[in-house]
Design a protein around this ligand. Structure first.
Ligand SMILES: [Zn+2]
Length: 382
């Protein structure tokens, strides 16, 4: 952990960090009890919320090394609950339970913090249940809601939250940060650009050769769809690559969380000691949360793969119309050139539309392989 403590992982968010740092030192009754973290995917909404939760519990405002910080960041802190929807949305029952828990006095921390991921996914009834706790917050409750944008929440909720807006860092800014993390300059520049500034993905591309291989597999699709048979192979490959990417994302998170939770519950495991009461329950809660995250991560990874593909065709279009902008996929410039010459800008636009239609289909829960196969055939037709 750097001098920046728990906020060190936030890139290019100086304004936000200053606000959160100051707020973490405030005590009741001046505390703001409801916060709304917004920003595009990859801007680090959830990372920022966790860092703030740690700063709120840390006696030192988020040192990044103490037990409070460590457990809050990994989701194992007794007074920091991180929730994500078990299905597609938060139901009224689970929201009522959440509101009840948020009203409890903290067991060891200063605040009872609830981080709500995908806060744009409450049913209307559930939102009403949440609203009461946000309108008249219990004295120690702090809500950290995360959503892509403030418009995704009802005005009644939005108007009662303090807004934290995260931005996507620039490609160069992100590359510099990766260099600071010990990544080679050329690799950092490639990863920041290929990931289109998505921080987590850039880091994986820079550090994990499997992630690089999976990206290349996805970007082989434009060549593979030249034949109808190739469409089906390409679709299966793309879905597999997304699955592999998701697995690598959740695996390290899951392991860190599980071991932090066991440690914080005093369960060192495997030494013949009886597990303290409550450990099994806490572990099964964590597993449930991890399973739902795995599902969401798979969907996100597929979406990411489709964005990579859209960016590839965008590069093709850039060449075709002779636009004076940088390619996203510099490493694939030859392939991009070849396709640009072999097709028309109109066909490229239709292909980009096919990729975007596939994203929408996956978003409304069409089976991924079916959606990707339909897209591959549309790419084939051109
Ligand atoms: Zn600390």
């Amino acid at each position: 952990m750097t001098d920046a403590g728990v906020f060190g992982a936030l890139i290019g968010q100086e304004d936000v960090v200053a606000v959160l740092r100051a707020a973490a030192r405030v005590d009741a009754p001046t505390m703001t009890h409801s916060w709304l973290f917004t920003g595009p995917p990859g801007s680090g909404r959830s990372v920022a919320a966790r860092a703030f939760a740690a700063a709120l519990q840390c006696p030192d405002g988020g040192c990044g090394v103490c037990h409070e910080c460590h457990t809050a960041l990994t989701g194992a802190h007794a007074d920091v609950e991180i929730v994500s929807p078990a299905g597609l949305s938060y139901g009224v029952g689970e929201t009522r339970e959440l509101v009840t828990r948020a009203a409890l006095a903290p067991t060891r921390g200063r605040w009872q913090v609830t981080i709500v991921e995908d806060a744009d996914r409450f049913t209307e009834q559930a939102l009403n249940a949440l609203l009461k706790s946000i309108e008249e917050p219990p004295p120690r409750a702090v809500w950290l809601l995360c959503a892509p944008s403030a418009e995704d929440l009802l005005p009644t909720i939005r108007s009662r939250c303090r807004l934290v807006t995260l931005r996507i860092p620039g490609v160069d800014e992100l590359a510099d940060h990766l260099v600071g993390e010990g990544i080679d300059r050329a690799l950092a520049a490639f990863a920041a650009r290929a990931a289109q500034s998505h921080v987590g993905r850039a880091r994986r591309l820079a550090r994990d050769s499997d992630a690089q291989r999976r990206r290349r597999e996805v970007l082989e699709m434009p060549a593979q769809v030249a034949t109808v048979g190739g469409c089906f192979t390409a679709a299966a490959n793309l879905v597999d690559a997304a699955r592999g990417e998701a697995a690598s994302v959740v695996q390290s998170l899951d392991e860190a969380e599980t071991s932090a939770l066991k440690e914080s519950l005093g369960d060192i495991g495997g030494r013949g000691r009886a597990r303290p009461r409550g450990v099994a329950g806490a572990l099964s809660d964590l597993e449930k949360r991890q399973r739902s995250r795995a599902t969401r991560t798979q969907r996100d990874a597929l979406d990411r793969a489709l964005l990579d593909l859209a960016a590839f065709y965008r590069d093709v279009l850039v060449v075709q119309i002779g636009a004076d902008v940088d390619l996203v996929n510099v490493d694939l410039a030859t392939t991009v050139q070849r396709l640009a010459q072999a097709s028309s800008p109109e066909a490229t636009l239709r292909r980009i539309e096919a990729v975007l239609a596939c994203r929408e289909a996956v978003d409304i829960n069409v089976a991924p392989l079916l959606a990707v196969e339909a897209m591959a055939l549309a790419l084939h037709r051109g």
